[in-house]
Ligand binder design. Sequence first.
Ligand SMILES: [Zn+2]
Length: 107
Amino acid sequence: MDGISCDRCSKSLLIDEEVRYQVKVVVQAAYDPMEISTTDLEKTSPDSWKSLLKKLENLSAEEAQDQVYREINFDLCPPCQKIYLTKPIPDTDVFGSSNSSGSGMST
Ligand SMILES: [Zn+2]
């Protein structure tokens, strides 16, 4: 169980930290049949589906898989976990989200 380090700051997690956080990011295409409404289908022209399929044909199996489903796992030390939660996606600010239940931080 040695050799585990924070994927953000590279700090060794088992030696210096009692607590570590595992982050599991799942990126999946949102055209799950359960989520497609009639409105979505009306907005989506057959041509856009054709072009999507055409794009997939030109990809390797691995690239096509990445476009549909990708799972990323990493470990974070507590300080990096806090930082990560404020900015799960680079160049965005989760506190700008309208449904944020944050601490009401203001600038
Ligand atoms: Zn870290």
